[in-house]
Design a protein around this ligand. Structure first.
Ligand code: SAM
Ligand code: SF4
Length: 352
């Protein structure tokens, strides 16, 4: 049985926010260190997260990304990673209905987790990369919005460029690969650094992803003029370092991926949710730290899986709840509509 929504999209990718706390103060996300919204008793325990993930994997989820807030602020995350990594061995399929299987492989195999990843600002990764790898983490995405110390501080609110660069080194050493670097490009902040990032990707042989600024910050300071479009980013790079699309279709991926025509190492990814909506192929669903399912980054409603789980529901009841929620997944976001309303919860809560 696969998770399919009302628009015939199959859900394969679960983003799990482990905390809505963060030690950075990125101006586009959590500028003033707003007090965490989730209370201690409402935060899912590791046991609950593992139970939920196991059910999701039995329903066809293949990728799990741990995020937040800053996921490495969650104590003993290595223990959670170790438990989740066990889902890479097969888990029992729940209520097999072979007529519904899409993937030919799943007709003969039980479902299993294929990819366990983590998105982090790099905090404490230097010391923990090796242990995370040993616990079963496959790869990391590290956020890096500037290569200049002062500008990094201006954007993130903290003076930690050096630590973030060391985190990237440590991730490479621990083989948490392929490593992706996320940079949110905002006009007037770091749009003049795009080519520096490209050189960095070529030197370091990493995948550099440029992301359009989205209206998800606690400061509510998004405006359309600050968005540097994916098209503009592409043109800027392509003029100096000609790019070639890696694949004609990006499937359910958010990024268009490019290689360098001159054969240099590294990869460029451009994620343009504002100017080139990719909702039609979305395969993602999100779980907040306090156990709410969000069917879209921009959802204005949430679905309380935590209470279902804590009310001694049977497994079939939990599965039914999840299937019903998935059916309600929005066809598309409405950033470009006149009546767009920013979700109350910010990216740090939803889990990027
Ligand atoms: N704290 C971790 C980090 O920064 O990598 C994980 C959580 S963070 C919310 C996940 C990703 O969302 C980061 O790469 C961040 O840059 C991105 N992000 C946050 N707010 C955003 C916004 N308003 N527009 C676009 N991307 C955003
Ligand atoms: Fe923290 Fe990540 Fe948000 Fe920056 S983007 S404030 S590091 S959660």
């Amino acid at each position: 049985m696969l998770l399919r929504d009302a628009h015939n999209r199959i859900i394969r990718d679960l983003r799990v926010s482990l905390t809505d706390r963060c030690n950075f103060r990125c101006f586009y996300c959590l500028p003033h260190g707003e007090p965490p919204l989730a209370r201690k008793e409402t935060i899912l325990t590791f046991e609950e997260i593992v139970e939920i993930c196991e059910i999701f994997v039995s329903l066809g989820i293949e990728k799990i990304r741990l995020t937040g807030g800053e996921p490495l602020l969650r104590k003993d995350i290595e223990v959670l990673v170790e438990k989740l990594a066990r889902l890479k061995a097969q888990v029992s399929r729940f209520e097999v209905q072979s007529s519904e299987t899409e993937n030919p492989k799943s007709k003969t195999q039980n479902p299993k987790l294929v990819d366990l990843a983590l998105t982090t600002n790099g905090f404490s990764l230097k010391e923990r990369a090796e242990n995370l790898k040993n616990a079963g983490l496959d790869r990391v995405t590290i956020s890096l919005d500037s290569l200049k110390r002062k500008n990094f501080q201006r954007i993130t609110g903290v003076d930690k460029l050096q630590e973030t660069l060391e985190a990237i080194e440590a991730a490479k050493k621990a083989r948490l690969t392929p490593i992706k670097i996320n940079a949110v490009v905002v006009r007037g902040y770091n749009d003049d650094e795009v080519l520096d990032f490209v050189c960095f990707a070529r030197e370091q042989n990493i995948s550099m992803r440029f992301i359009e600024f989205m209206p998800l910050g606690a400061g509510h300071d998004w405006d359309r003029n600050s968005v540097v479009s994916g098209r503009e980013i592409f043109a800027k790079i392509n003029r100096v370092f000609p790019l070639q699309l890696k694949e004609k279709s990006r499937g359910a991926e958010t990024a268009w991926k490019y290689r360098f025509v001159d054969g240099a190492r590294g990869e460029i990814g451009i994620v343009a949710p504002v100017t080139e909506m990719f909702c039609g192929a979305c395969s993602r669903i999100r779980l907040t730290a306090d156990g709410q399912i969000r069917t879209c980054l921009f959802s204005t409603t949430e679905h309380n899986l935590r209470d279902v789980l804590r009310s001694n529901s049977t497994r079939p009841e939990i599965v039914e709840f999840i299937k019903d929620v998935v059916m309600k997944k929005e066809a598309r976001h409405k950033i470009n509509d006149a009546n767009f309303m920013q979700p109350v919860r910010t990216m740090s809560f939803i889990g990027g």
